[in-house]
Design a protein around this ligand. Structure first.
Ligand SMILES: [Zn+2]
Length: 295
């Protein structure tokens, strides 16, 4: 039922890449600028991320022996280095997530390029290497984003609900691996009820959210796809939610035949299969439509 799933390492049935968007309070500053300091409730809600949620999750994943990928705005790395250090100690990959969590779709091409470079430099300063991967803040890609990522040498993007397995995005001058995200797995939909953000979802018990995530994983395990999470330490790093993640990892490990990997490892695997001629990904030409469909 998944057409042409890639062969995974060691004959695994599916690949799992746990990814977290470590936004901290960058989103509050990006949205409210100078007014952010008048919002201590919102700031504290999101500063839970570097002070509590991220170190807790980093420790939990290290104990479980499961790799993780963290998409971190550059400003968050510069402001909360101790939290980011806990991720590196746990062996996490750091991916690009803007500098102040800007909306790419609200920037000019030059502004978007400057943000890409600023965020990359922050990651390179901190861990000695440029990021390989990108996730658009708010999933808010612009029509220039793929071209800029290819020009800047990124290996992959992970922002689209485009497929159940990796695909290639090709703009005619280069290409990028897309590691798609299941449309259902963002934890905001499950857990976030915060007046400070005008975001009032009905609170789900973690067991109910876990059922959603587990059923998603079970389908990928059955069909051979790539399961990527998009979770946030300020949301999923809280006690009951973190224990639910631990239970999900135990469920995956009990089923077995799972390749746990960082997203950069998955992108590298895709390129290696392509180079060896053992598997060919679906290729999407970008832009998806070369002219307006309707005027
Ligand atoms: Zn984010």
């Amino acid at each position: 039922m998944i057409a042409n799933p890639p062969p995974w390492p060691n004959g695994a049935r599916c690949a799992v890449a746990f990814s977290f968007d470590v936004d901290a309070d960058s989103v509050v500053h990006a949205a409210h600028r100078a007014g952010a300091r008048d919002l201590p409730q919102a700031l504290a809600h999101m500063r839970y991320d570097p002070f509590v949620g991220t170190p807790r999750l980093a420790d939990m994943f290290a104990r479980a022996g499961v790799p993780l990928t963290a998409f971190v705005p550059g400003w968050v790395i510069e402001t909360y280095p101790a939290a980011i250090e806990t991720l590196l100690k746990a062996g996490a990959e750091l991916g690009h997530h803007g500098h102040f969590h800007e909306w790419p779709s609200k920037q000019t091409r030059d502004e978007e390029l400057a943000t890409l470079r600023r965020g990359s430099e922050a990651i390179e300063r901190f861990c000695g290497a440029k990021p390989k991967g990108y996730r658009a803040p708010y999933y808010g890609l612009s029509r220039a984003t793929f071209d800029l990522l290819i020009e800047e040498g990124f290996a992959y993007d992970s922002s689209l609900f485009a497929d159940d397995i990796p695909i290639l995005l090709d703009n005619g001058r280069g290409s990028l691996v897309e590691l798609p995200v299941p449309a259902s797995v963002d934890d905001y939909n499950q857990y976030v009820s915060a007046r400070a953000f005008d975001y009032l979802m009905k609170i789900s018990p973690p067991s109910q959210a876990l059922a959603v995530f587990r059923e998603e994983f079970d389908a990928f395990w059955e069909l051979g796809g790539l399961f990527v999470t998009v979770w946030h330490p300020a949301v999923s790093g809280r006690p009951a939610q973190a224990l639910a993640i631990r239970a999900l990892i135990e469920h995956m490990q009990a089923k077995g035949d799972v390749w746990f990997a960082t997203l950069a490892e998955v992108a590298g695997h895709v390129r290696a299969l392509e180079a060896a001629g053992t598997w060919s990904p679906r290729i999407e030409k970008t832009p998806f439509h070369i002219r307006n469909i309707l005027e």
